[in-house]
Design a protein around this ligand. Structure first.
Ligand SMILES: CC(C)(COP(=O)(O)OP(=O)(O)OC[C@H]1O[C@@H](n2cnc3c(N)ncnc32)[C@H](O)[C@@H]1OP(=O)(O)O)[C@@H](O)C(=O)NCCC(=O)NCCS
Length: 165
């Protein structure tokens, strides 16, 4: 398992992993936790390479496993820095799963990670501002900004709910 750093833009990263039998759960499909671990790793690598620093995971948005991933399939994680704040970055990861025998591909899930750059003093570090160029990059930036707002609203609602207990 190696990130493909040759063909991606500096804010993108692709990683492909073969789902070997050791990744199976009790039903014989790939364990959800295995996919979560790879998602976090690819988000880390994408954010750290972009920021040029160590990064930590601040949050992970809702992850929905739409379809099972089977042992023997090839899973590709397509990561991209969608949005940058001052010290935080939203990393979007799209998961494509390929049956290597019949060559069919399907989109099995997507998720959004918020990663924060950390300096050698252990404090949050300013990241290079993202400069979206293409219509797709601009759309992702805009939507990343909106999701940042939604996260804040959601956190406020969760806090209010906790107070009711
Ligand atoms: C991420 C962390 C360094 C942020 O620390 P902090 O003291 O809140 O730092 P700051 O106030 O400077 O915030 C840093 C960034 O995080 C964002 N942030 C912090 N708390 C947030 C929250 N609750 N919701 C959304 N964003 C938040 C801030 O907006 C800021 O982003 P910006 O600069 O782009 O605006 C700290 O919370 C931490 O170390 N968390 C643990 C991370 C970790 O170990 N992850 C792995 C878990 S096993």
């Amino acid at each position: 398992m190696q990130p493909d750093t040759q063909h991606d833009k500096p804010f993108q990263l692709t990683m492909t992993v073969l789902m070997t039998p050791d990744k199976a759960n009790f039903s014989g499909n790939v364990h959800g936790g295995t996919i979560l671990k790879y998602l976090d790793e690819v988000a880390y690598a994408c954010a750290s390479r972009y920021a040029g620093s160590y990064v930590v995971t601040l949050s992970v948005d809702q992850v929905i496993f739409r379809q099972p991933v089977h042992v023997g399939e090839l899973v590709t994680f397509l990561a991209s820095v969608n949005y940058t704040g001052n010290t935080s970055m939203e990393i979007g990861v799209k998961v494509m799963t390929e049956n290597i025998r019949d060559k069919t591909r399907r989109h099995t899930n997507s998720s959004f990670f918020t990663m924060v750059a950390i300096g050698s003093d252990g404090k949050a570090l300013t990241v290079p501002p993202l400069d979206p160029q293409t219509p797709e990059e601009k759309r992702r930036f805009q939507q990343g900004q909106e999701r940042r707002q939604i996260r804040r609203e959601l956190e406020a609602r969760y806090k209010a709910l906790k107070k009711q207990l």
